[in-house]
Design a protein around this ligand. Structure first.
Ligand SMILES: Nc1ncnc2c1ncn2[C@@H]1O[C@H](COP(=O)(O)OP(=O)(O)OP(=O)(O)O)[C@@H](O)[C@H]1O
Length: 240
C-alpha cells in the first residue's frame, strides 16, 4: 500500500497572530514538493507542525490512514517522517561517520546495520571522502549533505528540508540537485523549503505557495511560474 503524508486544516496562532490559516498539504512517495513563499509566510512553522515540534490549534497529520497528530517528534522519526533544520546541528567534535553512527544507534540499529547504511548514504550523498573529518571542519555544502545523511539514517519515507541549499555556491547547488534525485530514487518523498527558484523549478513535481499563512497557489512548476497572483506577490520580475 502506498502511504501518503497528509496534513488537513492546519491552523497555528501565536498570541493574536494567525501564522498558519487552515492549510492542507499532501506528499507522496518519490515526490518532490516545493513549499515556497515570502519571508514570514509560515513555511518553517508548517514544517514544525508536520515534524511535531509545534502543536497546531487545529489540524490533523496522517501517514496513510494513521493519525500521528498527537505523537512527539521522536515517534514521527520512527514512523518515517524526518527533517533537517536551517542550521545543521551535527556534533562538531565528532567525525561525519561518528555523527551518522550516533544517529543509527538512536534509531536502535546495530553497529553492523548502521555501518552498512552509512556506506550506502556516503555513496549516495557524495560523502565518501569526508567520513573521517570532524563536523566542525566541513566545508559548507558538505556539512549540509552530512545533515541530510544524518536524517536519512532513519530510513525515512518522507524527508522535510528547510532551506537546504541556502548559502551554497553554484557548483554546490548543482551537486545538490543530483542528491535530491538520488533520495527520490529511494522512494522517499521530499518536502523542500527553498528560496532558490532555479532549484525549485528544476526539481519539484509540484509547488505549493504560502503567503501570510494561507495557500496562495499550488500546481506544477509551470503553473506556478505563470500564476498571476504568485508573480505579483512573490516572484516579481525574477519569474520573467
Ligand atoms: N515561536 C513563535 N512565536 C511567535 N511568533 C512566531 C514564532 N515562530 C514564528 N513566528 C512568526 O510566525 C510567522 C511565520 O514564521 P515562519 O518562520 O514560519 O515563516 P517562514 O515562511 O519560514 O519564513 P522564512 O522564509 O523567513 O524562514 C512570522 O511572522 C514569525 O515572526
Amino acid at each position: 500500500m502506498t502511504h501518503i503524508l497528509t496534513a488537513t486544516g492546519v491552523t497555528v496562532r501565536f498570541g493574536g497572530l494567525t501564522v498558519i490559516d487552515d492549510v492542507d498539504l499532501e506528499l507522496r512517495p518519490s515526490e518532490i514538493l516545493g513549499l515556497i513563499g515570502p519571508n514570514g509566510a509560515g513555511k518553517t512553522t508548517f514544517v514544525n507542525v508536520l515534524s511535531g515540534f509545534q502543536k497546531p490549534q487545529t489540524g490533523t497529520i496522517r501517514i496513510g490512514d494513521t493519525d500521528i497528530s498527537a505523537t512527539l517528534p521522536d515517534e514521527r522519526v520512527r514512523r518515517g517522517l524526518v527533517r533537517t533544520f536551517q542550521a545543521v546541528r551535527l556534533f562538531p567534535a565528532l567525525t561525519v561517520a561518528e555523527n551518522l553512527l550516533a544517529a543509527g544507534f538512536a534509531m536502535g540499529q546495530s553497529r553492523r546495520a548502521a555501518k552498512a547504511e552509512i556506506a550506502t548514504l556516503a555513496a549516495l550523498l557524495d560523502l565518501d571522502g569526508w567520513l573521517n573529518t570532524e563536523a566542525r571542519a566541513l566545508p559548507y555544502g558538505v556539512e549540509r549533505r552530512a545533515g541530510i545523511a544524518r536524517a536519512m539514517m532513519a530510513g525515512p519515507a518522507f524527508i522535510m528540508l528547510d532551506e537546504p541549499a541556502a548559502g551554497m555556491n553554484h557548483e554546490e547547488a548543482m551537486a545538490f540537485l543530483s542528491v535530491m534525485d538520488a533520495i527520490r530514487a529511494r522512494g522517499c518523498g521530499i518536502l523542500l523549503i527553498e528560496h532558490n527558484m532555479d532549484i525549485v523549478f528544476r526539481l519539484c513535481d509540484r509547488v505549493q505557495v504560502l503567503r501570510s499563512g494561507k495557500v496562495l497557489a499550488a500546481g506544477t512548476p509551470d503553473e506556478i511560474r505563470n500564476h498571476a497572483l504568485v508573480r505579483e506577490a512573490y516572484l516579481g520580475s525574477a519569474a520573467a
